[in-house]
Design a protein around this ligand. Sequence first.
Ligand code: KG4
Ligand code: ZN
Length: 350
Amino acid sequence: MRYDELKTGFSVKDNPIIMGIETSCDETAVAIIKNGREILADEIISSATEHVRFGGVVPEIASRMHTTAILKATQNALDKAGLCLDDIDAFAVTQGSGLLGALLVGVSFAKSLAYATGKPLVPVSHIRGHIAAAYLADKDLKPPFVTILASGGHTAVIAVKDYYDFEVYGSTIDDAVGEAFDKVARVLWLQYPGGPNVEKLAKQGQNSIKLPKMLKNYQGSEFDFSYSGLKTAVINYVHNEQAKGNEINNADVAASFQSSAIDVLIEKALKVIDVTGYKTLTVSGGVAANGYLRENLTKAVENKGIKLVLPEKRYCTDNGAMIGAEGYLQYKKGNFADLSLNAKAVISLR
Ligand code: KG4
Ligand code: ZN
């Protein structure tokens, strides 16, 4: 087969078995998904511990770790599903957004598998993958619904009108919410990954520190977010108190930041539910693993006739299953790539 021939000549099968490969950041993840909804295997090998002493992901290290972990993750997934490579109907892989070097490991690997087996290669957007995790959590979930997308790189409230049709109602105009969690973690001397550690510390504190309201006097969309001011306010608070020689209650700082960062996500998502008239709300992205968000969202939708779909925490942070779930949708559409497929550092939702 010539390298540019792979794209053509496939018929789309019913109940396909799709391998989802994800290497956009520090998780090497491979999953096997049947018919877009059933997880047959789901392997994640994280290199997070390798990045702890640097306080954040070092792209070069992440890429190297993917190279050594990817075969193991793939073999483990096949073994757990009791399948061999020939049983896989298509190879779906995160094409972007993410760290370029890290993405290239997954993309090159998926290309090799597709080439060797003669099966379709399906490029997947990481963000759409996050959104598709909800289909694994609720087998009956169908669009339309609203999703809160909250990750290390994105923050948005999105109307999922159809499997392939999205409308972004509001998004961050600067930092992503996960990024703000990670930066606040640093100023509180918490280890990478910051988000879960801020959440843990916040449990011991009170929301007692007054932080500025987001986007006061802002002229743009009422659904937009801004996390840069909040992050700076927390950093300034800590530095000012230190300069005055005051003792800081880090748990209170964590709790105050967390409620400012999360409450606004809930508030704006409910507004979009109102505007669209949709009856289902889902969450997606790493910050969706946050317990405070999950509890408060559950309370917020109570008695409102809104169905809330909360994917398991494991499927909120980066994983291969979500890539398999979105890969299934792209497969059904016949969205196949040839072997010239390249990784992209940024892919928009559309
Ligand atoms: O979706 P994700 O795994 O990777 C990206 O696509 O960005 O999200 C990672 C982000 C990080 O910023 C991390 O600190 C944050 O999600 N995160 C959390 C929690 N778990 C992960 N933030 C708050 N609370 C958590 N429990
Ligand atoms: Zn992600």
